[in-house]
Design a protein around this ligand. Structure first.
Ligand code: NAG
Length: 316
C-alpha cells in the first residue's frame, strides 16, 4: 500500500495564464508525478507541500505520471496518470472546513485521452461543454453543508430514464433536512468542521462504493446496490444497472484521469440544497490525502470558467 497526501494554500496573486505543474507523489505512481493545472487557474493558489495539495480559487488540476524538468512545460510534455482501479481501493483525506456552502470541491475520474493535446488539456466530462462527452465518476463533490457522489456513463437527461445519464446515478447527504444529521458542520455522523476520509472501492465488474469515514463513524454513502437518480424507475434507490457497470468497467480498464477542482456558482442547490444559517456562504479551505490499496501490483486554452474567487479555497 502506498500513501500520499495532497494539500492547498491561499495566495492572492496576479492573474497569470501559465501552464504550471506541481510535483507530488500519488499512490502507486513512481513518485515522479504530480498535478498539472489549467492555465486559467492562478498559479499561487495551488501548493504542493509535504505530500499535501492545497487549492484556492477556481482551479482544475489533473494527475500526471511525470513532471518534466523544464522551466516552461507545454501540455504535450505530460501524460496523465492512469490509476489501475479495478479491484482496488482509492482513498484520500479531505479537510473541507473552509469550503463554504455555494462552493464545490470535487475529486473525480473522467475518461480523458491518455495524453493532453499539443496546447490543451483535452478535458472532457459527461456534460460535454468542452469536448465530446465522456464517462465521469464523481467520487466527491462537496462543501461543508452537503456531499454528493455520482456515476454518469451516457448522455441524456431525465430521472427515471433507466441509465446513469447526465443527471446521474446519485447519492447525496446534507442537501435536505432529512439527511442533515449524516453530514454537515457539527453533524453527528460526519462533521465537516474536521477532516474525514473518502474511500472508494471498485470491484472487478465496474461497481464501486463511496464511503466516508471519520474516526469511529463511517457512512456508506454511494452504494451500488441502492442509488438515487436517473436509473431508478420509481424514484427510489435502485441498483446501478448492469449496462452502466459494464461501461464503467470498460472506462476504468482503459484508464481514467483523476481530476481535482474547486469552483463556485450562484446556485449550487443541486449539490447543497441552498445555504442556511448554519451553513452560510463563506470563505473556505480544504485538505486531502490520497492512498491506493489493492491486490498486488501496483497554456493554454482558456475557455475559462468564472475568474478565481479568493474567498473560496480548499486543501487536498
Ligand atoms: C435517496 O432518496 C431517498 C428518498 O428521497 C432518500 O431518503 C435517501 O436518503 C437518498 N439516498 C441517498 C444516498 O442519497
Amino acid at each position: 500500500m502506498s500513501r500520499v497526501l495532497l494539500a492547498p494554500t491561499l495566495a492572492v496573486g496576479a492573474w497569470s495564464p501559465t501552464l504550471t505543474a506541481w510535483s507530488l507523489p500519488i499512490g502507486g505512481s513512481s513518485g515522479a508525478g504530480g498535478f498539472v493545472g489549467e492555465a486559467w487557474g492562478k498559479v499561487g493558489n495551488v501548493q504542493a507541500l509535504r505530500e499535501r495539495l492545497t487549492v484556492r480559487g477556481n482551479n482544475r488540476l489533473y494527475a500526471v505520471a511525470e513532471i518534466p524538468s523544464k522551466e516552461r512545460p507545454k501540455w504535450s510534455d505530460f501524460s496523465y496518470l492512469r490509476l489501475p482501479l479495478l479491484n482496488r481501493r482509492l482513498a484520500f483525506e479531505v479537510d473541507l472546513s473552509a469550503v463554504g456552502c455555494g462552493c464545490n470541491a470535487a475529486v473525480y475520474l473522467v475518461a480523458m485521452p491518455p495524453r493532453p493535446g499539443a496546447d490543451a488539456s483535452m478535458y472532457c466530462d459527461i456534460q460535454g461543454y468542452d469536448a465530446e462527452p465522456c464517462l465521469e465518476i464523481d467520487l466527491l463533490e462537496a462543501n461543508t453543508k452537503a456531499v454528493q457522489a455520482a456515476l454518469h456513463t451516457t448522455v441524456g437527461r431525465g430521472g427515471r430514464a433507466g441509465s446513469c445519464n447526465q443527471d446521474g446515478c446519485v447519492a447525496n447527504a446534507g442537501n435536505t433536512a432529512a439527511s442533515a444529521g449524516l453530514y454537515g458542520l457539527h453533524a453527528p455522523r460526519i462533521d465537516t468542521a474536521r477532516p474525514f476520509t473518502v474511500s472508494a472501492t471498485f470491484d472487478e465488474g465496474g461497481a464501486f462504493d463511496v464511503t466516508l469515514v471519520q474516526q469511529q463513524a463511517s457512512l456508506l454513502f454511494f452504494d451500488p446496490a441502492a442509488v438515487n437518480g436517473s436509473a431508478s424507475p420509481d424514484g427510489f434507490p435502485a441498483p446501478v444497472p448492469a449496462t452502466d457497470r459494464a461501461r464503467t468497467r470498460a472506462a476504468l480498464s482503459g484508464g481514467m484521469t483523476l481530476v481535482v477542482s474547486l469552483w463556485s456558482a450562484d446556485d449550487l442547490s443541486w449539490l447543497d440544497g441552498g445555504c442556511d444559517a448554519a451553513h452560510p456562504r463563506r470563505a473556505v479551505e480544504t485538505a486531502e490525502t490520497f492512498e491506493e490499496e489493492g491486490g498486488g501490483e501496483e497554456e493554454l486554452e482558456a475557455d475559462a470558467p468564472a475568474p478565481p474567487n479568493a474567498l473560496q479555497s480548499w486543501t487536498i
